[in-house]
Design a protein around this ligand. Structure first.
Ligand code: HEM
Length: 450
C-alpha cells in the first residue's frame, strides 16, 4: 500500500532543503555584494554628534568645500546623529534626484509637513509625485505664461510705484511681496481683492511660523501658523467651490489641478490635495524668486558696466514698444541675451539653495561606493556651481562665461527648466531699468543695497 504520509514527508524534506539552500546562497551573495562595496571616504567625527559642531561653528560652505578638497566628490560625515553621504558632482545630483529617484525618499520634519500639507508633492515619490510634477510644469508652459505677461508687467509697475518717494525699503522683503503677487496670479489668475488680502495675511503667518520652534504652546509662532494654515485651507476650499460652480475658465495652476484627468490609477485630485499643493508651490516659489531678484540687484549695482549694457538692451525693446504702442511680449523676453545671462550667472554665484537631502530606501551602489539604507544623501548644488573645473574663477560675477565656455551649457540646460519661472524677474528688471527715468527708483534702490 502506498504510504502517503511517507511520500509527503520526503517531498517536504526535499522542498525544505531546496528552500534552505536557496536562502543560504542568496544571503551569501548579498552579503558578499555588500562587502564588495566600501563606504565613501570621510570622517564620522565623534560618537553620536559626529561632525555637527564643526558644521555649526563655521561657514557651512567652507565645511563642505574643505571636505570635498580632502576626500573628493563623494564623502561621508555624520550630522545631528544622522550618517550622511555628500555628493558634489552634477552626475551624482542627477543620479539621486532624477535617474534613480526611486531609491531615495524625501525626508522633511513632520512639523513642516503639517504646515504645508501632507499631500504636497515634496513629500512623495513615485506615480503621485510624477503626476503632480507634470501638472505644475504644465501650468508653467510658455503657452500659459504668454498671456500673463501684461499682468506681470502691471504688478511690477505697481511694486515700483510703491517704492517711489525716496524712502528706505528692505529689498528682500519687497521682493517677497512682489513674488507673492506673481505667485497668486500664476496660481489663480484673477482673484478678488479681499480674497487676496485674506490669503496674504494668513500665508504670512504660516511663513513666519515655518522656521520657528515647533511647539504648540499658546501664543507660539508655530501654533499661530497651524491656525492660519487651517484658515488658508478654508479660503482655498471656498475658491475651489466657486470655480467649480461657475465653471470659471481662469488660466493657472488651480485650473490645471481642477482639470487633472485620471492617470495610472491616480484619481482626480481632491480639495485637500489641491490646497496642500497650492501652498507647497507658493512656498517653493516665493523665497527663491525673492532671493534671486535681490541678488540680481546687488550684482548689477556692483558691476556698473554690466548694468549699463543691460539698460541698453532693455532700452531698445522699450523704445520699439513705445513707437508701436504695446507692452512687453513673450518673444521679447526670449530675446534678452545679456539680461538672460545675468540671471543665469546670479543663479550660479548666489546658489540660493545650497543643497537638498534625501534618504536611501535601500543599499545603493554608486561609483563603487556603498550608500547604506537609511543614510541621508545630500547633493551639494553650491559646490557644483562653485567648482573651478566647471566655472573658472568661480567667485567672479561674469555673465559672459555663458557665451565663451561650452562646459557651462550643462548649467544652462539645467536652468532652462526653471527659466520660465524667471519671467517675473525679467519683467521686473526691465521695468526697473526702463521706468526709473521717470521715477528715479533704481538708483535709490541700488543705493540702499550697497
Ligand atoms: C527662482 C529660483 C528657484 C530655484 C533656485 C529653485 C530651486 C529648486 C530646487 C533646487 C529644487 C529641488 C529641491 C529638492 O528636490 O529637494 C526645487 C524644487 C521645486 N521647485 Fe523650485 N526653484 C526656484 C523657483 C521656483 C518657482 C518660481 C517655482 C514655482 C512653480 C518652483 C517650484 C518648485 C517645485 C514645485 C519643486 C518640487 C519639484 C519636485 O519635487 O519634483 N521653484 N526648486
Amino acid at each position: 500500500m502506498v504510504n502517503y504520509f511517507e511520500i509527503f514527508l520526503y517531498i517536504s524534506i526535499f522542498l525544505l532543503s531546496v528552500f534552505s539552500y536557496y536562502v543560504y546562497f542568496k544571503n551569501k551573495k548579498s552579503s558578499s555584494k555588500k562587502k564588495a562595496y566600501k563606504l565613501p571616504p570621510g570622517s564620522m567625527g565623534w560618537p553620536y554628534i559626529g561632525e555637527t559642531l564643526q558644521l555649526y561653528s563655521q561657514d557651512p560652505n567652507v565645511f563642505f568645500v574643505n571636505r570635498q578638497r580632502r576626500y573628493g566628490e563623494i564623502f561621508k560625515t555624520k550630522i545631528l546623529g544622522c550618517p550622511c553621504v555628500m555628493l558634489a558632482s552634477p552626475e551624482a545630483a542627477r543620479f539621486v534626484l532624477v535617474n534613480q529617484a526611486n531609491l531615495f525618499k524625501p525626508t522633511y520634519p513632520k512639523s513642516k509637513e503639517n504646515l504645508i500639507g501632507q499631500s504636497a508633492l515634496f513629500f512623495h515619490q513615485g506615480d503621485y509625485h510624477t503626476h503632480l510634477r507634470k501638472l505644475v510644469q504644465a501650468s508653467l508652459n510658455p503657452e500659459s505664461i504668454r498671456s500673463q505677461i501684461p499682468h506681470i508687467e502691471e504688478l511690477s509697475l505697481s511694486a515700483l510705484n510703491s517704492w517711489a518717494g525716496g524712502h528706505v525699503v528692505n529689498t528682500y522683503h519687497e521682493m517677497k511681496k512682489y513674488s507673492f503677487e506673481v505667485g497668486i496670479l500664476a496660481i489663480f489668475g484673477r482673484l478678488e481683492g479681499h480674497v487676496k488680502d485674506e490669503l496674504k495675511e494668513n500665508y504670512s503667518i504660516v511663513d513666519k511660523g515655518y522656521n520657528s520652534f515647533p511647539t504648540k504652546l499658546p501664543g507660539s509662532p508655530y501654533r499661530k501658523a497651524l491656525q492660519a494654515r487651517k484658515r488658508l485651507g478654508k479660503i482655498l476650499s471656498e475658491i475651489i467651490s466657486e470655480r467649480k460652480e461657475k465653471k470659471q475658465l481662469e488660466k493657472g495652476l488651480l485650473s490645471c489641478f481642477l482639470n487633472a484627468k485620471e492617470e495610472k490609477g491616480l484619481l482626480v485630485l481632491n480639495e485637500d490635495q489641491i490646497a496642500d499643493n497650492i501652498i507647497g508651490v507658493l512656498f517653493a516659489a516665493q523665497d527663491t524668486t525673492a532671493s534671486v531678484l535681490t541678488w540680481i540687484l546687488k550684482y548689477l549695482h556692483d558691476n556698473q558696466k554690466l548694468l549699463e549694457s543691460v539698460k541698453a538692451e532693455q532700452k531698445v525693446i522699450c523704445q520699439s514698444n513705445e513707437q508701436e504702442n504695446h507692452g512687453l511680449t513673450w518673444t521679447q523676453t526670449r530675446k534678452m541675451p545679456i539680461t538672460n545671462k545675468v540671471v543665469l550667472e546670479t543663479l550660479r554665484l548666489a546658489s540660493i539653495i545650497s543643497f537638498t537631502f534625501r534618504e536611501a530606501v535601500a543599499d545603493v551602489e554608486y561609483k563603487g561606493y556603498l550608500i547604506p539604507k537609511g543614510w541621508k544623501v545630500m547633493p551639494l548644488f553650491r559646490n557644483i556651481h562653485h567648482n573651478p573645473e566647471f566655472f573658472p574663477d568661480p567667485q567672479k560675477f561674469d555673465p559672459s562665461r555663458f557665451e565663451k565656455d561650452q562646459r557651462v551649457s550643462v548649467f544652462r540646460n539645467y536652468c532652462n527648466l526653471i527659466l520660465h519661472y524667471f519671467l517675473p524677474l525679467l519683467v521686473l528688471i526691465r521695468n526697473d531699468i526702463t521706468c526709473n527715468k521717470k521715477m528715479g527708483i533704481v538708483p535709490a534702490l541700488l543705493g540702499e543695497i550697497a
